[in-house]
Design a binder for this molecule. Structure first.
Ligand SMILES: [Zn+2]
Length: 295
């Protein structure tokens, strides 16, 4: 009898271990422009965070005068929709294509982590903070140490990777990257050819309205200090591309308007040197710097 009980106990323990080994690695829930992937389980703040994601995306697109992409009412296939295995139903979860500005748009797979530490552990990167936008499909070269399930759900798709602690400014910044790339594609502009200070400048200028006023003053001072000794060139290495880019893009939006500035992106992608010659003196004057570059 005792032996029988021992065998039953062992069987229960084994079943327990096997269930633990098959712990669901993620849960999917619908989102306005795609799907949200919650690692492990749906958190109690899920609805609130999904709402924050939507409002941040609306703010990013809205800054430039555009609505968010909406679901396209058309047939879908593997090339224009998102197909993810859903552990809850043991079936494929389908997100149909989106439409925006007259063209078809791929939905976004949002990986929403509970914390930055959880995000860094899953992505295998110590350099991630707040949120990260993948302008192209996620590939193993950028995050070779990411956990296998990350590739299962995100590989090949357009992704937003974020922690629930990300500020509204951070979320708007990342969605502004989505807007930049989407707008570029729709206008036959290669967004990767834009100078880094234009790409980050657009993102920073877009989220500036939720910025702490002290940070705004500090950013302007950083741009001013940078301009005392330097001039715009092909690219700006390191963190100064953020405040300098924000200062330049904000100046151009103020003088050209949002549509006028977007209209210059084609030239920024193909002849940045010419654009720098055109706009640098005025921008330097707006910062209180001499129009001409330092020797
Ligand atoms: Zn950025």
């Amino acid at each position: 009898m005792i032996r029988t009980i021992a065998i039953i106990c062992a069987a229960v323990v084994l079943i327990g271990f096997s269930a633990a080994a098959q712990t669901v690695p993620y849960v999917l829930s619908p989102w306005q422009c795609g799907v949200i992937v919650w690692p492990n389980e749906v958190p109690d703040y899920a609805d609130h965070f999904a709402q924050r994601l939507t409002e941040a995306a609306e703010a990013a697109f809205g800054f430039w005068g555009y609505p968010l992409p909406t679901t396209a009412d058309k047939p879908y296939n593997e090339s224009n929709c998102v197909l993810i295995f859903d552990p809850a139903t043991q079936a494929e979860y389908v997100v149909p294509p989106l439409k925006w500005n007259g063209s078809e748009v791929l939905p976004v797979v949002v990986l929403a982590f509970s914390s930055e530490a959880a995000m860094r552990a899953a992505m295998g990167s110590t350099a991630l903070h707040g949120a990260f936008w993948f302008s192209g499909p996620m590939n193993r070269l950028s995050f070779p140490q990411a956990q296998p399930w990350v590739w299962d759900v995100g590989g090949g798709y357009r992704n937003m990777v974020c922690a629930s602690s990300a500020s509204n400014a951070t979320l708007i910044h990342e969605w502004a990257h989505w807007f930049t790339y989407q707008w570029g594609y729709s206008e036959a502009i290669a967004p990767h050819d834009l100078p880094d200070y234009i790409i980050e400048g657009i993102a920073e200028a877009t989220c500036a309205f939720v910025e702490d006023p002290n940070d705004a003053v500090y950013g302007r001072l950083q741009a001013y200090s940078w301009g005392l000794n330097k001039c715009l060139e092909g690219s700006i290495q390191g963190v100064m591309q953020y405040p300098v880019g924000e200062s330049l893009v904000s100046h151009l939006v103020e003088t050209l308007g949002t549509d006028g500035f977007l209209g210059t992106l084609s030239d920024w992608s193909t002849q940045a040197w010419f654009m720098v010659d055109c706009y640098q003196p005025e921008w330097r004057i707006s910062l209180g710097l001499p129009a001409s570059c330092p020797e």
